[in-house]
Ligand binder design. Structure first.
Ligand SMILES: Nc1ncnc2c1ncn2[C@@H]1O[C@H](COP(=O)(O)OP(=O)(O)OP(=O)(O)O)[C@@H](O)[C@H]1O
Ligand SMILES: [Mg+2]
Length: 287
């Protein structure tokens, strides 16, 4: 208690929960995407991650690393643990054991979902989640504001910059001519691209996409591949997919593909390499 009546009793406000990144609490500041330490070339690092559901190991000592700027495709049979892995990375599921790091120093296992999103990880779920009643343009505007308090406060100054970013994103996701339409009127493929655009408004360092091409027509799938290829270098990406043509379009001849099965990595290499791997043929691709 403050004894001096001349000095106002100033209780320093505590940082809101979502700002306190426990993993870097001793660094005494809030992590922003630009601060992710990728000096060793790795944006995401998982080591020996295990998750059990009633004794069943959905993830079983899973280890993998994604390079900064990489677009990594993850394939594998149903129940391999691909979605569970994304749940662990985003803080939705707490692992029983193992390490999960964003860059060199951000320990994701010690952070909650909002903190992880703020630290720079965006996640696209299978089902598109857009604001159906709102125009496409407004969806992007809303996405930009949600998580960034500082952005909202600088709004007056940044209005023009914000507008430019929305326009840029509209062009990137190929929805310029749909800007004024309600998101609810878009096709499935367009909605998926809009949601990716919404994630991009947050300028994530790492994007996780769980079966983004599911339910798309062939044309929509190839448009999505084009978009993700275009994003290379802008952010790192982890794409879980069953559609092998889509995976081929993303990985090309040299991109690495990780095959998961039974909660761990079964094989890793170029798509051609993993396709020829005996264990992969047996457990996933079939003969
Ligand atoms: N919350 C949960 N409770 C109990 N079991 C779960 C839970 N979440 C996942 N599982 C189980 O863990 C295993 C891995 O599931 P997961 O959804 O991660 O697989 P996946 O590789 O994403 O499969 P798919 O390709 O079908 O999407 C499955 O056997 C699933 O039934
Ligand atoms: Mg899944």
């Amino acid at each position: 208690m403050n004894e001096n009546p001349m000095v106002p009793d100033l209780a320093l406000p505590e940082a809101p929960a979502e700002h306190s990144l426990s993993g870097v609490a001793n660094m005494g500041h809030v992590v922003v995407p630009g601060e992710i330490d990728v000096s060793h070339g790795t944006i995401l690092y998982l080591e020996d991650v295990t998750v059990s559901f009633d004794g069943f190991r959905a993830l079983n000592a899973l280890s993998l690393a994604i390079d900064a700027g990489e677009l990594r495709c993850i394939i594998g049979p149903n129940g391999a643990g691909k979605t569970t892995m994304m749940d662990v990375i985003t803080g939705k599921t707490e692992p029983d054991s193992g390490k999960v790091f964003l860059g060199q120093s951000i320990d994701l296992t010690r952070m909650n979902e909002p903190s992880i999103a703020r630290a720079g990880i965006g996640r696209k779920f299978q089902k598109p989640t857009v604001f159906e009643q709102h125009p496409v343009w407004e969806n992007l505007e809303l996405a930009m504001k949600t998580d960034k308090g500082w952005f909202a406060s600088l709004r007056a100054r940044l209005d023009r910059a914000a507008q430019a970013r929305i326009e840029e994103t509209l062009a990137l996701i190929g929805l310029e001519s749909e800007a004024r339409r309600s998101a609810g009127e878009l096709s499935h493929g367009q909605k998926q691209r809009l949601e990716i655009g919404m994630l991009l408004m947050q300028q994530p360092a790492l994007l996780l996409l769980d079966e983004p091409a599911a339910g798309m027509t062939d044309d929509e799938t190839m448009q999505l591949a084009e978009l993700l290829n275009h994003l290379r270098g802008t952010c790192s990406m982890m794409v879980v997919e069953h559609d092998m043509e889509f995976v081929a379009a993303l990985s090309g001849d040299t991109g690495k593909v990780t095959v998961m099965a039974e909660g761990r990595v079964l094989a890793h290499g170029t798509l051609d390499e993993v396709k020829q791997d005996e264990t992969v043929i047996e457990s996933y691709l079939g003969r």
